[in-house]
Design a protein around this ligand. Structure first.
Ligand SMILES: [Zn+2]
Length: 697
C-alpha cells in the first residue's frame, strides 16, 4: 500500500460515522444474503439465554410510544427513485434495500428489539416535507440531504458522502418539487458524510462564476482532513469492528448503524468554503433567506454549527441532536469528546431558538414538530450528555475506575424510557469509559496495570495455572451453555492469546462473542463482537477496498500534516544508521517554508523557519508537491524535470525513503487471524509505490 492509500484510508477515518467502506465490501457488488439463514457456515442462532435477555428488553421498553414513527412518516412526498445507486466507477455505491429485513413486524430473534425498531425507522426513506420551503431526502446515505428553497434556487444542507448519492438526492427534489439551480451549500460540520458528495450538487461553472456560496463553520478545512490522519491506519482497521465492514446486511450480521443504515461507497470530494462563519453566532442572508448560525466547536465534531431560519421557524441541529445519543468515545478511535460542553451547546440552542422554533431537523434522522416536542428532545439530550459526564466523575471521585465504570454507570430511568435518548451510537458502557479516560486517562491506579505484561506474554502463565487448555475449553463450554458469556470470554481469551493456533478455542470464543453481539442494542458494540467472531472463524479476508477521495482531499491536506506523517512512517531502528541532516523545504506559491530535521533517528519539521546552513534545500510549488503527496510523481522526477529545485545532497532523500514503513490495513487484531496482506483496489489517482518520498532507487 502506498502512502497515498495510507492517506486515503486515513482520510476515511476522519468521519464521525465510518466511511469509505460499506458493509459487505465497497468497490464491488454488494453481496445479498438470505435473512433467514446465517451467512457464515459456522454461525449460530441466538441461544435460549440470549432470547431471554432480548425478550426482557422487549417487555420493558416503551414500545407503546410510537411518536417517532409518526414523525418519520410525516410530510411524505415521494419514494426514492431507487434504493440502489451506482457509483460512476461502476460498482454499487449504495443499496438501502438490503436493510428491508429490519421492517419485519415480528422481531428477528438475533437482533435487539430496540436496534430493530431503530433500523425500521431508518428504513422509512424517501423525499419528505419538513415545513414550507424545507425538504429532506432520507435513506440515500448515512446522513440526510436537506433542501431549503432560497429566492433563486436550492440551499443544500449537508451533501452526503458520495457525489453519486448526493446527485440522486438533487435529482429527486428537482423532479418532485421544482427544477432549480443550487445556490448555496452549507456544511454543518467537518465529517465526511456531510461534505463528501458536494460535487454531486454544485455546478462547477456556477461556482466559478461566484453564483454558489459554500458556507462552513469556523476552522472547517483544518479539521475536515486532519482530525485523524496521524493514527489513520489504526482507525481504519478498527472501523472493521465499529462498522462491521465485513458483515453482510443480515439479522445475523450488520443490522443498521443507528444514525442510519450504513455509509455510501461512491466518489468523495471536497470544495473549499467560500464563507466561513465567524464569530460564534452570526446572522447571514443566504440566497435571500435570513439564517442565524451558531458555532458549536468541540461537540460532535471539532468544527460544527447549528442554524436557525427565523422566517421558517425552523431549527437545524446539525449532528448535535438527532435520533441517538452520540459517541463521546468513538470505537474506531478518536480523541474523547467533551460531553459537558456538548450539553451546554444544546442548552444554548434551546434558550436562543427553542421558544420560537416550530420544527427541529437534523443531519440524520427525522424532524420533531411543535415547541413542546422540540423542548422535550432538547432537554432530554442536554441532560443525557451532562448526566453521563457528571455521574462518571461522581463515581470516579469515589474510586470507581475505568475498568468498572461501565458496570456501575446507569442512565436515569426517565431518560432510559425516552427513545430519543437511547445509545444507538454511543452506548452508556463505552461512553462512560470514554468520559473516565478524558479526565483520568488509561490507568486505574492499580500498580499491576501500570506496566503490565503484553497479553501474549501473560496468557501462557494463565493457561498453565488454569491447568491447561483442556480444562479451559471444558469450563468455557460449561459457561457458554449456562449463558455466562462474559465469564466465558474472560478465560477463553487467555487461551486464544496463549495458543493462537488452537482452533477449538478460537471457535468457542467466536460462539461466545456472537451471543454477546446479538444481545447488544448499540450497533457499534454489536458489530464489534460479531466482527471479532468473524475474524476468529475466517481470518482477515482479502479484498477490503476503500474507494474514496481524489485530488480534492490532497489539496486540503496541509504540507505540515504530510511531513508529520512521514515522521510517523519512519522506523527509528532503521533511521539510527543514518546521519543527522538539516533540510529546508520552500513552497513559493503559497509562501510556506519548513525547517526539517533528521536527528536522533527522528524526523521533525517546523513551519515558518529555515536552517541557515542546510544539507539539502528543496524548492517546489505546493501545487506540484501535491503530485508527490498523491504518489503520481516522485521527488526525483520532479527535480529532473525542473518542477523542483534541489541544492545540496540529494542522496539524503533516498536514505530517508529506505526508513519509511508502509502501513497495511490488514494487520492482526486477534492472534492467529492474519492472512496474506489484503488486496486493495486502487482508484485512478492511486498507484502502488512504496516510495512516495522519492522513487527510482
Ligand atoms: Zn454524520
Amino acid at each position: 500500500m502506498s502512502i497515498r492509500q495510507g492517506f486515503v484510508l486515513a482520510f476515511a477515518a476522519t468521519m464521525s460515522c465510518a466511511v469509505a467502506f460499506a458493509a459487505g465490501g465497497a468497490g464491488g457488488d454488494i453481496e445479498k444474503v438470505d435473512p433467514n439463514e446465517h451467512f457464515h457456515p459456522q454461525g449460530k442462532p441466538p441461544s435460549v439465554h440470549t432470547l431471554k435477555i432480548l425478550n426482557k428488553a422487549r417487555e420493558s421498553m416503551p414500545f407503546e410510544d410510537t411518536r417517532d414513527f409518526d414523525e418519520a412518516r410525516k410530510g411524505f412526498i415521494a419514494p426514492l427513485n431507487s434504493g440502489v445507486v451506482m457509483a460512476d466507477a461502476g460498482h454499487v455505491a449504495w443499496d438501502v434495500d438490503r436493510y428491508d429485513f429490519l421492517k419485519a413486524e415480528e422481531g428477528w430473534p438475533s437482533v435487539h428489539p430496540s436496534t430493530q425498531r431503530q433500523g425500521h425507522l431508518n428504513q422509512i426513506t424517501g423525499l419528505y416535507k419538513v415545513t414550507d420551503g424545507i425538504y429532506q431526502v432520507r435513506g440515500l446515505d448515512l446522513a440526510n440531504i436537506t433542501f431549503v428553497r432560497g429566492k433563486e434556487g436550492w440551499i443544500v444542507f449537508d451533501p452526503l458522502t458520495s457525489r453519486e448519492t448526493a446527485r440522486a438526492g438533487l435529482e429527486l427534489i428537482n423532479q418532485e418539487i421544482e427544477e432549480l439551480p443550487v445556490t448555496a451549500v452549507i456544511y454543518s460540520h467537518s465529517h465526511g458524510d456531510h461534505f463528501g458528495g458536494v460535487r454531486g450538487v454544485v455546478d462547477p461553472e456556477r461556482l466559478e462564476a461566484g453564483n454558489v456560496e459554500i458556507i462552513a463553520p469556523r476552522a472547517f478545512m483544518a479539521h475536515a482532513i486532519s482530525e485523524n490522519v496521524y493514527a489513520g491506519n489504526a482507525m481504519n482497521r478498527r472501523l472493521f469492528y465499529q462498522y462491521g465492514v465485513l458483515l453482510p446486511a443480515s439479522p445475523f450480521g450488520h443490522a443498521g448503524q443507528g444514525l442510519m443504515q450504513n455509509i455510501s461507497a461512491g466518489s468523495m470530494g471536497l470544495l473549499q468554503p467560500t464563507l466561513v462563519v465567524d464569530p460564534g453566532l452570526k446572522e447571514i442572508a443566504v440566497d435571500g433567506i435570513k439564517m442565524v448560525f451558531q458555532n458549536t466547536p468541540n461537540t460532535e465534531a471539532p468544527s460544527e454549527m447549528n442554524t436557525y431560519i427565523p422566517e421558517m421557524k425552523a431549527l437545524w441541529m446539525a449532528e448535535n441532536v438527532s435520533n441517538v445519543i452520540h459517541n463521546i468515545y468513538t470505537l474506531r478511535g478518536a480523541q474523547v469528546r467533551d460531553a459537558l460542553g456538548w450539553s451546554k451547546y444544546i442548552a444554548r440552542a434551546m434558550y436562543l431558538f427553542g421558544d420560537e422554533a416550530e420544527v427541529m431537523f437534523a443531519s440524520h434522522s427525522w424532524p420533531r414538530w411543535g415547541t413542546e416536542r422540540i423542548k422535550e428532545v432538547l432537554e432530554g439530550q442536554r441532560d443525557a450528555y451532562a448526566n453521563l459526564n457528571n455521574q462518571t466523575l461522581h463515581y470516579a471521585n469515589q474510586g470507581v475506575t475505568i475498568n468498572q465504570i461501565h458496570n456501575v454507570y446507569k442512565v436515569p430511568k426517565s431518560l432510559e424510557d425516552a427513545w430519543y435518548a437511547r445509545g444507538y451510537h454511543g452506548s452508556p458502557e463505552h461512553n462512560s469509559r470514554g468520559v473516565w479516560q478524558r479526565f483520568l486517562g488509561f490507568w486505574d491506579a492499580n500498580p499491576t496495570t501500570l506496566i503490565p505484561l503484553s497479553p501474549e506474554d501473560s496468557a501462557p502463565l494463565y493457561v498453565e495455572m488454569m491447568g491447561g487448555s483442556e480444562n479451559i475449553i471444558r469450563r468455557g463450554q460449561e459457561l457458554h451453555e449456562e449463558g455466562k458469556y462474559f465469564q466465558a470470554q474472560e478465560i477463553l481469551d487467555k487461551l486464544v492469546w496463549a495458543e493462537p493456533e488452537n482452533l477449538e478455542a478460537r471457535h468457542l470464543l467466536a460462539d461466545v462473542w456472537e451471543q454477546i453481539g446479538y444481545q447488544q442494542e448499540n450497533p457499534g458494540l454489536r458489530n464489534s463482537f460479531l466482527s471479532g467472531a468473524f475474524e476468529l472463524r475466517s481470518g482477515i479476508p482479502e479484498g477490503a477496498s476503500p474507494d474514496s477521495s481524489g485530488p480534492d482531499m490532497i489539496a486540503a491536506m496541509s504540507t505540515e500534516l504530510f511531513l508529520d506523517f512521514i515522521g510517523i512512517r519512519m522506523d527509528t531502528r532503521k533511521a539510527e544508521a543514518l546521519g543527522d541532516y538539516d533540510i529546508n523545504l520552500i513552497t513559493p506559491d503559497n509562501g510556506e517554508k519548513f525547517a526539517i530535521a533528521l536527528s536522533n533517528a527522528t524526523f521533525t519539521n517546523v513551519e515558518g523557519f529555515l536552517h541557515d546552513d542546510p544539507d539539502l534545500s528543496i524548492t517546489i510549488n505546493r501545487s506540484d508537491l501535491e503530485n508527490i503527496m498523491m504518489g503520481v510523481k516522485s521527488f526525483a522526477a520532479s527535480i529532473e524535470d525542473g518542477t523542483a529545485q534541489a541544492e545540496g545532497n540529494v542522496d539524503i532523500l533516498a536514505q530517508i525513503a529506505k526508513t519509511l514503513v508502509t502501513f497495511e490495513i490488514g494487520f492482526e487484531v486477534l492472534p492467529g487471524t492474519a492472512g496474506p496482506a489484503g488486496e486493495v483496489d486502487l482508484n485512478p489517482y492511486e498507484f502502488e509505490s512504496d516510495d512516495i518520498w522519492i522513487s527510482g532507487e
